[in-house]
Design a protein around this ligand. Structure first.
Ligand code: XLS
Ligand code: NI
Ligand code: NI
Length: 443
């Protein structure tokens, strides 16, 4: 019998419904409820992240750890890594979520040399495999941490030193194989320090070539080992570096197209990374869906007053409903899901606060799903979009798009008075009202 770390929560978090008054119960998330033809659990594919929830003590740049995390004591040992894993799987099971996510360094102690780390990782992958078999919890994605160790201060693949590139390559080889071994559905690459602090010492185009070479190697290795899940790039504009190359969905799209990597990569979009890039999350998801690049999401949000990645639990149904609507419009998640790359506030020191954070966030996503399904099924937005663009299927519109018209031919027709634009309303307020009506009425 392993020790219980979350003994304040007796068993699996129940569904209590909107009228329920239990704090540790779901109000909206009801895994078996059918929404738009599918179980809620299969739509949302919720994942809990290992790093913020189990590997973080609450330390920030101004102060030490605050959180009650007994499994973090003596964290350099394999025994501590096992205890941390027990805590994590106890939590996943009690929360009742189907997936988790991890970085290599979250589960395995680093040791002295790279070969120690590789061995520790192998041991902890075996441990994870056992616990996954016992609990039925699966891996949404794995990734390598290529940003915490001092060697990565100037980037990993984009480091001025090819020896650091080599080290990052070695690490990704192991993390990708670990993900494959554990049946991971995707592999994520977040370019944490792939950017610059100062242009004074940076060769921009050279670093871009390095990054492209690195990603090409990852794609080749993925094929070599027969890993079938997509590789997901997680865009973010800045933090920890001043400028990061994977700025936003459109920037990554252009990069992938330039280096012929579009077949291998898709996107893992994070709510607050969109905010930091000056976009709505709705924009980032819509961009990815429309360009066939959508993969998965990190559902954590920022704070309006902070310009950094606060990784808070999602709590805005308004914000997530529109993103969820685009996801449904694109056919829903396939290999992706909703990952909680979330961390508690430093004052939320109790272990049970992890439940409150996740339960609230999961309910918010569930409610957003209900709104999105309503908008999708009633064609609230799609019918309006279709009629707005209908003339592009007519003689003039199709002629332009299919190349039958030229500047000269159009000029002739306009001059002859044959083509005369007529104004039409974009109906933005009406559509906003309809979205609100769905948010207010679904149950
Ligand atoms: C940091 C990122 C990170 C990735 C995984 O801002 O969100 O947590 O999701 O490396
Ligand atoms: Ni983030
Ligand atoms: Ni993230």
């Amino acid at each position: 019998m392993t020790e219980a770390f979350f003994s304040d929560v007796a068993g699996r978090v129940p569904f209590g419904g909107l009228g329920g008054d239990e704090d540790v119960a779901y109000r909206v998330y009801d895994p078996d409820r059918i929404v738009a033809g599918k179980r809620m659990e299969d739509h949302l594919r919720i994942a809990v992240c290992y790093w913020h929830s189990f590997a973080w003590s609450g330390a920030d740049v101004f102060g030490d750890g605050t959180l009650d995390r007994p499994w973090l004591q003596d964290s350099a040992s394999l025994d501590a890594a096992r205890r941390k894993m027990d805590a994590a799987f106890e939590f996943f099971t009690k929360l009742g979520v189907p997936f988790f996510t991890f970085h290599d360094v979250d589960i395995a102690p680093q040791g002295e040399r790279f070969s120690d780390f590789a061995r520790n990782l192998e041991t902890m992958v075996e441990e994870a495999e056992k616990r996954m078999a016992e609990t039925g919890v699966r891996l949404l994605w794995g990734t390598a941490n290529l940003f915490s160790h001092p060697r990565y201060a100037a980037g990993a693949a984009t480091n001025p030193d090819p020896a650091v590139f080599a080290h990052a390559a070695a690490q990704v080889r192991h993390a990708l194989e670990a993900t494959h071994h554990l049946g991971g559905q995707n592999y994520v690459l977040w370019g944490g320090r792939e950017g610059y602090e100062s242009l004074l010492n940076t060769r921009l185009a050279h670093e871009e070539r390095q990054l492209a070479r690195f990603l090409t190697m990852v794609a080749e290795h993925k094929r070599d080992i027969g890993f079938e899940g997509p590789l997901l790039i997680e865009p973010k504009p800045a933090e920890p570096t001043k400028h990061q190359y994977d700025h936003d969905a459109a920037t990554v799209h252009g990069f992938l197209a330039r280096y012929d990597l579009l077949d291998e990569f898709r996107l893992n979009l994070e709510v607050n990374h969109a905010t930091l890039a000056g976009h709505s999350f709705h924009h980032e998801v819509a961009y990815a869906v429309e360009h066939g690049l959508f993969g998965s999401i990190d559902a954590n949000r920022g704070d309006e007053q902070n310009g950094w990645d606060t990784d808070q639990f999602p709590n805005s149904v308004d914000e997530l409903s529109l993103a969820m609507y685009e996801i449904l419009r694109g056919g829903g998640f396939t290999t992706g899901g909703c990952n909680f790359d979330t961390k508690l506030r430093r004052q939320s020191i109790d272990r049970t606060d992890l439940f409150h954070g996740h339960i609230g966030g999961i309910d918010t996503l569930a409610r957003a799903l209900l709104v999105a399904a309503e908008l999708h099924e009633r064609e609230t937005l799609s019918a309006a979009r279709a009629s707005r663009y209908a003339d592009w299927d007519g003689e003039l519109g199709a002629g332009i798009l299919e190349g039958r018209e030229t500047l000269a031919s159009l000029e002739r027709r306009v001059s002859a008075g044959e083509i005369v634009p007529t104004g039409r309303s974009g109906r933005q307020e009406l559509l906003e009202n309809r979205v609100n009506a769905a948010i207010w009425s679904v149950s």
